[in-house]
Design a protein around this ligand. Structure first.
Ligand code: V0D
Length: 255
């Protein structure tokens, strides 16, 4: 395949039709939950669940890119995750560099652009450096946008945006009347990324846990029982089927 053709195939767009006539959501967001439970059930350490979760992540990224999903966003580490035992936090924060060491070449070949949601400044240097390198090395890519929410919390994201808006306002660069939903959106970590169409949380919990609160105003939600380490292509396809059966009205009525 020529480089140009691959670039073309990997170009993100709006909602598209799959071969089966399904509408492919433009933006899919996933809370990768159930890793600890998956491990406990097997009598394995939590770290084994996280490793298996990383395999599920690989499968899901490949499937999403193949389906032509434009934006895939993954909740990897929440601001609340700092409350876990230090050993587990240390382990988790090694996964980005470990993942990128093995998978960045394939992601680059697939024309994927990597983004980060959350404050990277509070992360250990090795995590920050791996993230920075992935960001820089894929910045020019035009295919699927793969966003990792690391040290992310949606309420603090909104607080941060409000502070920026107030700063602009106090500086006289923004009049009160001009502050709109769009203004707020441009100060969120997700600026430039469309709102998610479909949000998936495997693992049986049915809550958002401080993920994309503002952005999920009109998202469809799907909460499969399967734990994240067992998630794969077939679950993503099922999610798209569920999504296609829903009737999205955005508060309006059907004509
Ligand atoms: C553990 C299941 C990949 C969820 C997947 C920082 C829990 C495996 C990444 C990753 C984690 C993050 C950034 C990046 C590339 C990869 C990751 C964390 C946890 C927490 F640029 N897997 N993964 N990050 N797990």
């Amino acid at each position: 395949m020529t480089h140009r053709l691959r670039k073309f195939l990997g170009t993100r767009s709006g909602q598209s039709l799959s071969r089966t006539g399904h509408t492919i959501p433009r933006h899919v967001a996933i809370i990768m939950d159930g890793n600890g439970r998956w491990a406990r059930r097997r009598g394995l350490p939590r770290s084994a669940g996280h490793y298996a979760g990383m395999q599920a992540l690989r499968r899901t990224i490949r499937a999403a890119a193949d389906l032509g999903i434009g934006f895939l966003t993954l909740y990897a580490f929440s601001t609340e995750n700092w409350h876990r035992p230090k050993e587990e936090v240390d382990f988790l924060l090694r996964l980005p560099s470990e993942f990128l060491k093995t998978d960045l070449p394939e992601l680059k070949m697939r024309n994927v652009r990597i983004c980060f949601l959350g404050s990277l400044d509070e992360l250990p240097a090795h995590t920050r450096e791996a993230a920075g390198a992935a960001l820089a090395e894929t910045a020019g890519n035009t295919g699927m946008v793969l966003s990792f929410a690391v040290n992310y919390g949606s309420r603090s994201e909104i607080v941060r945006a409000v502070r920026e808006v107030v700063r602009e306002s106090l500086a006289g660069r923004l009049v009160l009347e001009a502050i709109s939903e769009k203004t707020i959106s441009t100060y969120l970590f997700t600026a430039g990324i469309p709102d998610p169409d479909l949000l998936i949380r495997p693992g049986g919990e049915q809550r958002l846990s401080n993920f994309l609160l503002w952005q999920s105003a009109y998202a469809e939600f799907w909460f499969p029982r399967v734990c994240w380490p067992d998630f794969g292509r077939e679950h993503l396809l099922e999610a798209i089927e569920v999504y296609n059966k829903r009737d999205r009205r955005y508060g309006g009525i059907k004509l």
